[in-house]
Design a protein around this ligand. Structure first.
Ligand code: NAP
Length: 314
């Protein structure tokens, strides 16, 4: 058992018979590790399109079985979780649809929900329950080695079941995530996308942008940027190291909500720009006081430790 074992109680009886995880990256391998340690599924099978990743997953002893294909993995599975970039969920759902067992739960972990619901729902066969999920937990690292079993500990997992979804299936999916010590909330997919646009997607866009701007600066050398990257900038570089494919898909799939938040952001930035230009210290001080209170609220809610400034969500 890993050092992280004990972060949540191990179940005497598994919640699911067979769990299939498609995509052995940060999130897929973390679910596999947690579900195995905590006995959330009797048999855990993983699949990945890349032969080298499948080999590495076997070496890492992830789950109980590494399947050669997604179709093979989902045979007879009670819970299937798509752990691939948002843009890949629809095509993957289409590929596995005919192999899904009657009564199975199909879920995903995509950081954008409405586009995933629209892309996946048409392929879900009658008798299969589709319960989309988004664990608001992550790091900037990717691949099977990046995962760890306590990734979801005390983090939110948001479920966005389409209207009319079987309540028992929603309850079982909730118990699965709670079994990994996550806190679960249910909301509409469009509301999810609006909330995450401001809390996660926009901050990532800002990080990608500021690190690019620093790199482009002619008068400041590359080595100076690295040498003096204390505090704020260093955090931005960490966020800007997040997986390019995943984040490309997030911005393409959540276009409307991100553009809405970006519009508001630009308006507010114009107010701060003006205050700096005209030496309006009062406006700046008032603004910084308000935002400091928000930070303290987040720490008080237990979503972040005061001494760490890590933005860990996708
Ligand atoms: P990751 O470590 O990069 O793993 C991505 C996995 O998806 C890999 O197994 C990759 O296969 C597979 N994949 C990529 N494109 C594919 C395609 N077109 N068809 C089939 N498989 C494909 O990514 P991750 O961080 O685990 O992210 C997976 C999902 O979790 C994404 O939807 C993301 O939005 C969501 N999420 C991420 C975070 C985070 O912070 N990272 C947090 C919450 C939710 P290969 O092995 O061939 O590359």
């Amino acid at each position: 058992m890993s050092a992280a074992a004990g972060f949540a109680p191990r179940r005497d009886e598994p919640l699911f018979g067979r769990l299939a995880i498609i995509g052995i990256g940060l999130i897929g391998s973390s679910i596999a590790r947690a579900a195995k340690e905590l006995n959330l599924a009797g048999h855990i099978v993983l699949a990945d399109r890349d032969e080298a990743v499948r080999r590495r997953a076997r070496e890492l002893d992830l789950g109980h079985e590494i399947a050669e294909s997604a179709i093979q993995a989902v045979q007879d599975a009670d819970l299937v979780i798509l752990c691939v970039p948002v843009g890949a969920c629809g095509p993957l759902a289409q590929e596995i649809a005919d192999a899904l067992k009657q009564g199975a739960i199909l879920s995903d972990v995509g950081s954008v929900k409405h586009a995933v619901v629209e892309a996946v729902a048409p392929h879900v066969p009658a008798g299969v329950h589709f319960v989309p999920a988004h664990p608001v937990a992550g790091t900037e690292n990717s691949g099977p080695e990046a995962g760890f079993p306590s990734l979801f500990l005390n983090r939110w997992c948001i479920l966005t079941p389409p209207p009319g979804t079987d309540e028992a299936a929603i309850a079982r999916t909730r118990r699965f995530w709670e079994g990994m010590a996550a806190m679960v909330e249910v909301m509409g997919s469009q509301h999810h996308d609006l909330v995450l646009a401001i809390t996660s997607h926009l901050p990532h866009l800002i990080a990608y942008n500021i690190v690019g701007t620093a790199e482009d600066l002619g008068q400041v050398t590359h080595s100076e940027v690295i040498k003096f990257s204390a505090g704020g900038f260093r955090d931005f570089t960490r966020i800007a190291a997040s997986d390019p494919t995943m984040w490309r898909d997030v911005f393409l799939a959540n276009k409307e909500a991100v553009l809405e938040m970006l519009g508001r952001f630009n308006e507010d930035l114009a107010v701060l720009t003006r205050a700096i230009r005209y030496g309006d210290g009062e406006t700046l001080h008032k603004h910084f006081t308000r935002t400091r209170a928000i930070r303290r609220g987040i720490v008080a809610l237990g979503q972040e430790k005061a001494e760490t400034e890590k933005l860990k969500q996708g």
